[in-house]
Design a protein around this ligand. Structure first.
Ligand code: HEM
Length: 479
């Protein structure tokens, strides 16, 4: 069978000239328009496959998950930088299945409500930080996401901005997102693995010297909070958390411990940039569409009392359909991980008469799915109301961005239920208490995206100010 269609490759080099370091989802979506639901490229013989519709992604990544669930053997990130045991990098097999089981235990739909008190406390703390440091909302979001995770995962309470656990894991997460995987995770050594045998001093082997430094920080960030929770468990002082619960099981093997340690770290690393990205898109949307901010605040006032009368709680959610619609539209419009994380195909496959070679890296083009005008008319517009029109169940399922933004199949994001609770409360709390506006005289923000994995906008000017004296009092008195 022929390969799926795609842009014409050069001999040997393949489509290297078609790769872009920024916003790779844009050319990928142009190819989707030109070539259809499956597009094939190669770089030095390494196949790259783009699945551009829900049906095809579901058919291959979900239904044929037994062969579409591996990850690329990344020499630089996995081997040289020591991140190979992080869940997102783990090769498909017994180890990844053990990790996924642990995650399912700690992050299931049934478990997440037990974190609601903690999520509420973290969100309130986040609001206080925002009010106290109005010019540093990004720092506040970081601390919120990091603190919540340290608490849920390790039972460690963050009390200071320069908390040593937070600093360590933040540093390593930053390294991973902005250095190790900034170019999509692919280094020359991943294409030519023999390069890893170059001596460190060899000209061109700078990547090895970098990796040695980064590896130390990454491995440190995995051990440091884990050792703390283990010591707490031994001393009988551990508070309930993902790690402490699992570490107190009888007959824990060394392998179990290893799995708990790496799984715990992965939850932290994977939640940080995604949460920040989603929050930044929410702010961009509120700046560009102030009418939705006003409507959301009116809905909140009607339920919580004017001003607001009190801070939002999880129990309020069914009475706040417009807030839910804003949340859904932030996921759709923002698309935090537009091409997902590539799955590696483990065997040759044939689909709709096209040959997909073993070893191909398969991307779900989530961006194209969430910009499909047939499902989302006028897709560039931030329009929460699109989720409020009554439709039949099948259409409602098809238009729910949750079916796409978290990826597909056996590697689908295990953080989905945590996000559903934590980000909802965060958005509802910000809308209830803050005005979100451009600083006086500042131009409309034009978002710039520099990362190839996350669609995280570069910082932009925004002013977050208490909505009213009442809002300020509520947040401060809640301390
Ligand atoms: C806005 C929030 C988030 C979005 C949009 C998001 C999206 C994604 C996507 C698209 C993937 C790749 C799935 C695939 O390969 O098909 C992924 C993987 C992953 N996510 Fe999330 N995520 C979010 C938050 C979180 C949170 C809060 C956690 C943990 C607490 C988390 C943990 C993970 C892990 C561990 C993986 C790797 C799974 C694997 O390789 O088996 N994510 N996420």
């Amino acid at each position: 069978s022929p390969l799926p269609p795609g842009p014409k490759p050069w001999p040997v080099l393949g489509n290297i000239k078609d790769l872009t370091a920024k916003e790779f989802w844009l050319p990928a979506t142009q190819w989707a328009k030109q070539y259809g639901d499956i597009v094939y490229l190669h770089v030095f013989g390494q196949g790259l496959v783009f699945l551009n519709s829900f049906d095809v992604a579901n058919e291959l990544m979900e239904k044929r998950g037994a062969i579409y669930s591996d990850r690329a053997p990344l020499v630089m990130a996995g081997e040289l930088c020591g991140a190979g045991h992080m869940v997102a990098f783990t090769r498909y097999g017994p180890a990844s299945r053990r990790q996924r089981r642990l995650m399912a235990l700690g992050l299931s739909r049934a478990t997440v409500p037990s974190y609601h008190p903690l999520i509420t406390a973290s969100t309130r703390k986040f609001l206080r930080t925002l009010f106290a440091e109005p010019g540093n909302h990004l720092g506040a979001v970081r601390r919120y996401a990091g603190g919540l995770n340290l608490n849920v995962v390790y039972g460690l309470e963050v009390t200071r901005t320069d908390d040593p656990y937070l600093m360590k894991v933040e540093g390593a997460t930053d390294l991973l997102a902005n250095e190790v995987t900034a170019g999509g995770g692919l280094w020359l050594v991943d294409i030519f693995p023999f390069l890893k045998h170059l001596p460190d001093w060899f000209p061109g082997a700078g990547f090895k010297r970098k990796a040695a430094v980064w590896k130390k920080d990454i491995v440190d960030s995995v051990d440091y909070p884990y050792d703390a929770v283990k010591a707490n468990v031994r001393a009988g002082t551990a508070v309930p958390s993902f790690c402490s619960t699992l570490l107190q099981q009888p007959s824990l093997t060394e392998l179990d411990e290893f799995d708990v340690k790496w799984t715990a770290n992965s939850m932290y690393a994977a939640s940080m940039d995604t949460t920040i990205t989603l929050t930044q898109h929410f702010l961009l949307a509120m700046l560009a569409y102030p009418q939705h901010l006003a409507r959301a605040q009116a809905e909140l006032d009607a339920v919580l009392g004017p001003g607001p009368g009190r801070l939002p709680r999880f129990e309020d959610r069914p009475a706040l359909p417009f807030i839910d619609a804003i949340f859904a539209e932030c996921m759709r419009w923002g698309v935090p991980v537009p091409l997902g994380l590539p799955h590696r195909l483990m065997e040759d496959d044939v689909f709709q008469g096209k040959f997909i070679p073993k070893g191909s890296l398969v991307f779900a083009n989530i961006w194209a799915m969430l910009r499909d005008p047939a499902v989302y008319p006028d897709p560039e517009r931030f329009d929460p109301e699109r989720f409020l029109t009554k439709v039949d169940d099948a259409t409602a399922r098809r238009r729910d961005p949750r079916a796409y933004v978290f990826g597909f199949g056996r590697r689908r994001c295990p953080g989905v239920h945590l996000v559903e609770s934590s980000v909802w409360l965060m958005l509802a709390s910000m809308l209830a208490t803050l005005d979100i506006r451009k600083p006086a005289g500042a131009p409309d923000p034009v978002p710039v995206f520099d990362n190839t994995v996350f669609r995280n906008p570069d910082p932009f000017p925004v002013e977050l100010v208490p909505r009213s004296e009442q809002a300020r009092r509520l947040v401060e008195e809640d301390a």
